[in-house]
Write a protein that binds this ligand. Structure first.
Ligand SMILES: [Zn+2]
Length: 282
């Protein structure tokens, strides 16, 4: 079953290029946070992450959470948050039935409060990692607790509690996935490393484009295309450097054996361009 996919730019933070790309410059570049908006024939409107939203600034206002905003200065306008972008198309937040949360870093969940009726799809392993975290321990994991809805657990659907299915050869080296809607429309694969329990979503859209939303398993398309892992400094802020490198290698292999597949990392400059072009609202 095919879904439509629109990419929405929700603003950016500044970070050194050298941190995200091996051999990159020691120069501050923009890291856009691009969210996905999908329409599924049976499940309606769904999001893949929410990117930034004004809630980020309230959640990061007080120490020690302010350290997060200092480390990666964030630039976003109210009109850029997913809720406002949907509103500009005449879509109310209640029409969003579900949000796939790739992982719990603040640049992916800042808009959760805007969709109080949505089911929240994530990996249990990712949620357990941040559940109840506060203060410095939270900041160290890129997590701002105020961004979490109070009724999170009542609305949560833990993807990794479900059964796995075997993937066909074209997905190699990925061999198994979760199938949350049991219709093969969205296939979730574990991409732990950048964060524990981070996942990516395979889908085929209504224009027959094969797409892999890979969140932060790579920070740029250059990184998986040429297999350029980030500067070792970046490993300090990764949950599990060995898993990260293993999954980046997998993305590289996947790209080589399936070049037509759109592999879309959240913060890649090319993905930001796609949000204004091929994957803009049609
Ligand atoms: Zn991110």
């Amino acid at each position: 079953m095919n879904v439509t996919l629109t990419l929405l730019d929700t603003g950016f933070c500044r970070q050194l290029e050298a941190i995200s790309l091996g051999g990159g410059r020691f120069q501050s570049i923009r890291f856009h946070a691009v969210a996905g908006c999908m329409h599924h024939p049976d499940h309606g409107l769904l999001l893949f992450d929410t990117g930034y939203a004004p809630h980020f600034f309230t959640a990061a206002a007080r120490f020690p959470y302010s350290l997060y905003a200092k480390a990666t200065p964030v630039f976003t306008e109210r009109s850029q948050c997913v809720k406002e972008q949907l509103a500009s198309k005449g879509i109310g937040p209640e029409q969003v039935t579900g949000i796939f949360i790739s992982h719990f870093h603040a640049d992916h969940i800042a808009g959760l409060h805007d969709f109080p009726g949505a089911r929240l799809y994530c990996f249990r392993s990712a949620y357990e990692e941040v559940k109840g975290l506060k203060g410095i321990a939270a900041v160290r994991r890129g997590f701002l607790p105020e961004l979490m809805p109070e009724d999170f657990e009542e609305r949560a659907i833990f993807i990794d509690d479900g059964p796995k299915i075997r993937l066909s050869g074209e997905y190699h080296p990925f061999e198994e996935a979760y199938d949350p809607f049991a219709d093969k429309s969205l296939l979730a694969v574990d991409l732990s490393g950048h964060a524990k329990g981070q996942f990516g979503l395979f889908l085929r859209d209504t224009q027959d484009r094969d797409i892999f939303l890979c969140a932060d398993a790579a920070w740029s398309s250059e990184a998986y295309r040429k297999h350029r892992p980030p500067h070792p400094v970046a490993h300090l802020i990764k949950a599990d450097a060995a898993s990260y490198l293993r999954n980046l290698r997998r993305l590289h292999e996947l790209h080589r054996s399936w070049p037509e597949l759109y592999i879309l990392p959240t913060h890649c400059p090319e993905v930001h361009e796609l949000s204004k072009g091929e994957f803009a609202w049609s």
